[in-house]
Design a protein. Structure first.
Length: 309
């Protein structure tokens, strides 16, 4: 296998995925977005990924996307790298990438192409054309309509701008073969919904960095779990999995779209509302909102009980 390009180390550790706040009339709430970004930056993530899946990329206009990236770059002032979500068909994704670069983004997470499922050669061509349009570092995202062969990922790893590979597909055997095919030279990111429940399994195939939706609405819990994960504290990890993360996963699985809607509901129950989700997503039911509030309380109580006297 030919030598692969050296990658930057910015995409390590805990990765933050902010929501996109909307007013009650459905329009962007940029002041609230700035507050939300500041809250997340205080938790010490290694990078912020704006306007991605959690940020409702699919429901944003190009003008809204550009504004969100601009505000994120301006608001963080270079303290945290800002990666923008981009996606759609190849030419549209390239246009989003160019706009994100012009707005000052540090890189882009390339969401799966919309609807169409192509063969490995088509997927590689998709990313090559996006890379040709922009100088941004790119992170392919494996899930849904973009599931790669190990050989295709090895081709992508030969593109200098491809700096990491995010997996939300959940096939650990495939991920191990990808890791082997790239010789471990391409950083792997755990991008599963409620990624903390997969953290230890993904670490076994070289993917220690992960995206945390919990960081957006319960940063103290998210930070405590990650720190325990890093230092190998099984007791704290098991406690938070039992009291918070596994029940949260069970709640998420009750309703399509809750991977995003629950995050916004979690902010709202703590007095940090980011407004409603946009269709086709739907806000959580009152019953599920109450269950979520109880889980957040349980998670914080578990942390308090585990704290040194």
């Amino acid at each position: 296998m030919p030598a692969l390009p050296q990658r930057p180390n910015a995409l390590q550790g805990l990765l933050a995925f902010p929501v996109t706040p909307f007013r009650e009339d459905g329009e962007l709430d940029l002041p609230r977005f700035e507050e939300h970004l500041a809250d997340m930056a205080d938790a010490g993530p290694s990078a912020l990924f704006v306007a991605c899946g959690t940020g409702e990329f699919a429901s944003l206009t190009p003008a809204e996307h550009r504004e969100l990236v601009r505000v994120a770059v301006s608001g963080t002032g270079g303290r945290v790298p800002v990666y923008a979500g981009i996606g759609g068909g190849t030419r549209l994704a390239a246009e989003f990438a160019v706009a994100a670069e012009q707005s000052g983004a540090d890189g882009a997470l390339v969401l799966p192409p919309y609807l169409q499922v192509g063969p490995p050669a088509g997927l590689v061509a998709h990313y090559r054309q996006i890379a040709a349009a922009t100088g941004l570092p790119l992170v392919p995202y494996q899930r849904s309509t973009a599931v790669f062969t190990p050989e295709a990922v090895a081709e992508l790893a030969g593109i200098e701008q491809v700096v990491a590979f995010k997996d939300g597909h959940g096939d650990l055997e495939l991920l191990q073969r990808i890791h082997t095919a790239t010789g471990g030279a391409l950083p792997l990111l755990n991008g599963m919904p409620t990624a903390e429940t997969f953290a230890r399994a993904y670490a076994a195939v070289g993917a220690r960095a992960y995206s945390s939706a919990t960081l957006a609405f319960a940063p103290r819990i998210a930070r405590a779990f990650f720190d325990a994960f890093e230092r190998g504290d099984d007791t704290v990890q098991r406690t938070l999995l039992r009291e918070f993360y596994v029940p949260l996963t069970q709640l998420r699985l009750t309703t399509d779209g809750y991977a995003v809607a629950l995050v916004k509901a979690g902010l709202a129950v703590q007095g940090r509302s980011a407004g409603p989700v946009r269709p086709p997503l739907a806000d959580v039911t009152p019953e599920h909102r109450d269950r979520l509030a109880g889980l957040i309380e349980r998670g914080h109580a578990a942390l308090d009980a585990a704290a040194p006297a």
